[in-house]
Design a protein around this ligand. Structure first.
Ligand code: ZN
Length: 274
């Protein structure tokens, strides 16, 4: 895609929700360039009663709008199906592959000082809390928005990079790292409800962790905060302050790690911001 094409695409992508008139109501209206870690927004054909992605049910809003997104390791083809009273409409989607970089990290793979058994015991409880938070559907409408970066600073770690901790290969990097100074503001990247806020407690890896539900299954997680100023259940507007950047949990310096997920798929935050 050329620079001009990309600008046009972003302009269309950020204003799509303001254009409710679609030329052909019997077909899917789709906006976006589906790729690994990316998204597609659209509107179902008129009369649609159920939407499926690769055979699995997907939610859509009462106005017919929806968002679907694709995992870092998504297969090259997906099929979107609208089921209505007169039959089904299939839309084949080509998901562009990405080349993921190798990133070397000068830190141990596990948090120092915690024996493996103790880490495993704590971790199962933490993962249960994260899973329960991500299962909440708050009805927030942030999934319709072009997102903003939740902190100001250079990007110091990209989504999808395979990390090698002092020579030991680990899981790929699940979010975007923003190297903001300690104490600088963390803001909501889009409208959303706070579904998890570790305000007084620390997660072993994430430290003071906050998770927002943006609706239709789209979630943001923000890690390593020095301080969080929000409580669970609070509905936030895009740009509203959440807390302060820090280095709690497993972090070698102050930064904000921002990750996005949609129904278990891990997404590239870079593709959700204009
Ligand atoms: Zn990170």
């Amino acid at each position: 895609m050329s620079a001009v094409d990309r600008r046009t695409f972003l302009a269309v992508a950020t204003t799509w929700a303001a254009a409710p008139v679609w030329a052909d109501t019997d077909r899917f209206a789709l906006i976006g360039q589906p790729s690994q870690g990316g998204w597609l927004r659209g509107r179902v054909p008129v009369g649609t009663t159920a939407l499926r992605l690769d055979g699995k049910p997907v939610d859509f809003a009462t106005d017919g709008a929806f968002l679907i997104a694709f995992d870092r390791d998504a297969a090259p083809v997906a099929v979107l199906t609208a089921v209505g009273s007169v039959g089904a409409v299939d839309q084949r989607l080509a998901i562009a592959p990405r080349a993921w970089p190798i990133e070397h990290v000068d830190a141990p793979m596990h948090p120092p000082g915690l024996p493996d058994a103790e880490f495993a015991r704590l971790r199962s409880g933490e993962l249960a809390r994260i899973g329960a938070a991500r299962a909440i559907d708050s009805g927030a409408q942030g999934w319709r928005q072009a997102m903003i970066r939740p902190a100001h600073g250079p990007i110091s770690g990209r989504f999808g990079a395979q990390r090698v901790f002092r020579g030991v290969a680990a899981a790929y990097h699940s979010g975007m790292d923003i190297a903001a100074p300690a104490g600088s503001a963390i803001v909501a990247p889009a409208d959303g409800m706070v579904v998890l806020a570790a305000v007084t407690d620390l997660f072993t890896l994430e430290g003071h962790l906050v998770i927002l539900d943006h609706g239709l299954g789209l979630n943001s997680a923000m890690l390593h905060a020095r301080k969080l100023d929000v409580a669970e259940g609070v509905m936030l507007r895009q740009g509203q302050t959440i807390g302060e950047v820090g280095m709690t949990g497993r972090a070698t310096g102050p930064h904000l790690h921002w990750s996005l997920t949609w129904r278990g798929r891990r997404l590239d935050p870079m593709l959700f911001t204009a």
